[in-house]
Design a protein around this ligand. Structure first.
Ligand code: GLA
Length: 394
């Protein structure tokens, strides 16, 4: 993989080419993320266990003296330089990729941090787009980070950037996501995953020690966007199920319930589909707590079993996997040396995350790759990944 310094040099050249010179330009990085376990729990007051990756988004940026904004992405060269202005920030209107940085400027303003001068920006990301590794949250956190550094918003913490990122995603881009992605990215720590209670935002870093195993991400290459997925629908189903339970039981979120209590009260939910959605939220939360305990005592085997159970629940109860992700997981399970395999992120396409014995990685890539191509008709991509730090300047 290209080093950060190499990317920096390359992106600065593009900056000079697009905007005339590279004088005074600063370069920042924000990672992508993968969630190890705790899926579709973050808007249900449950726990998640994601980590930041060493792949992510780079941004070269320079402030302007006027209110103009210029955006160029090396990943969408065909779109050229997109132009806008600080006076033209309308939520839910812009469908270009620049809606993510613009959403952050808007959200900063809503939170009392007025950005009063424009900037020129060049972006380059090495996260596969639409892969479910949070390329959009990465752009949001990157923007929040450079806004703080460039415009002197000193009081803002990385956690604040995550919250503003979620706010902009919800209100500017219209996706009702939870806090997991922006938090994992803004708070990332090398070789650690973040055990986050989304109800309280209390968190703890847990070292991911896999000994003789590797983290392998498989990208299904089935494209999806959260906006046109059933993401918001799942969220609404869970909210409705919770409101039905709350008619008789005083709980704030589905994450407050354990399995036994849920069993006692599930008949309050008046529709079988909603029972299954809520059951996933409750059980997945409990699995996440158990998985982190297993990891802490060095029991990777149990961690892997819980990952497998997570996938089954996402497939059968939450129904967000689909043929592509199920094929990848089924094929993975047949390879000896696979400790755990599950879909990661929102689902409906995107990626799987796998813990694979180092000695089996080549066989894994070959066997899973072949089976996927045969059944689905196009290829999957494989990434052996490392857990990296949160955002920073390069
Ligand atoms: C997306 C959302 C997150 C989370 C996951 C599912 O990545 O952005 O907030 O809900 O889906 O766990």
């Amino acid at each position: 993989m290209e080093s950060a310094q190499e990317v920096k040099n390359r992106i600065l050249e593009v900056f000079a080419d697009k905007y005339g010179s590279k004088d005074g330009v600063r370069v920042f990085f924000a990672p992508g993320r993968v969630n190890l376990i705790g899926e579709h729990t973050d808007y249900n007051g449950g726990h998640v266990f994601p980590c930041a990756l060493t792949i992510g988004t780079y941004g070269a940026v320079r402030m302007r003296d006027d209110r103009q904004l210029r955006f160029y992405s090396m990943n969408f060269e065909e779109k050229g330089v997109l132009t806008s202005s600080l006076d033209d920030m309308k939520p839910l209107e812009d469908k270009e990729w620049a809606a993510y940085p613009k959403g952050m400027i808007w959200a900063f303003g809503e939170k009392g941090y007025k950005v009063d001068k424009g900037f020129d920006l060049v972006l380059y990301g090495n996260i596969p787009n639409g892969s479910g590794l949070s390329s959009s949250a990465s752009v949001e956190v990157l923007t929040g980070y450079f806004l703080r550094e460039l415009y002197g918003f000193d009081g803002i913490t990385n956690q604040d950037i995550a919250l503003i990122g979620q706010y902009s995603e919800n209100k500017y881009n219209g996706v009702n996501c939870g806090i997991m992605d922006q938090f994992a990215i803004a708070m990332g720590k090398k070789d650690n995953a973040i055990f986050l209670d989304t109800a309280t935002l209390q968190y703890e870093y847990a070292p991911v020690v896999l000994r003789d195993a590797k983290l392998v991400i498989v990208c299904s290459n089935k494209k999806r966007g959260l906006g046109d997925s059933k993401y918001n629908e799942r969220r609404a189903e869970c909210e409705k199920a919770l409101s039905e339970i709350r008619e008789f039981l005083d709980v704030k979120t589905l994450g407050d319930l354990d399995e036994a209590t849920f069993g006692k009260f599930e008949s309050l939910i008046k529709d079988d589909v909603r029972v299954r959605r809520a059951r996933h939220a409750v059980y997945e939360n409990r699995r996440t707590v158990s998985a982190v305990e297993a990891l802490k005592r060095g029991d990777i085997k149990v961690f892997g079993q819980l990952m497998n159970a997570s996938h089954e629940s996402l497939r059968d109860d939450y129904e967000v996997t689909g043929i592509e992700l199920d094929t990848l997981v089924d094929a993975a399970r047949k390879v000896p040396g696979v400790i755990g395999a599950r879909m990661t992120g929102a689902g409906f396409g995107g990626c799987t995350v796998n813990i694979v014995k180092e000695s089996s990685v080549d066989e894994f890539i070959k066997k899973v790759g072949e089976e996927y191509l045969n059944k689905i008709g196009y290829a999957a991509d494989f990434y052996v990944v490392d857990i990296g730090d949160g955002p920073g300047e390069i």
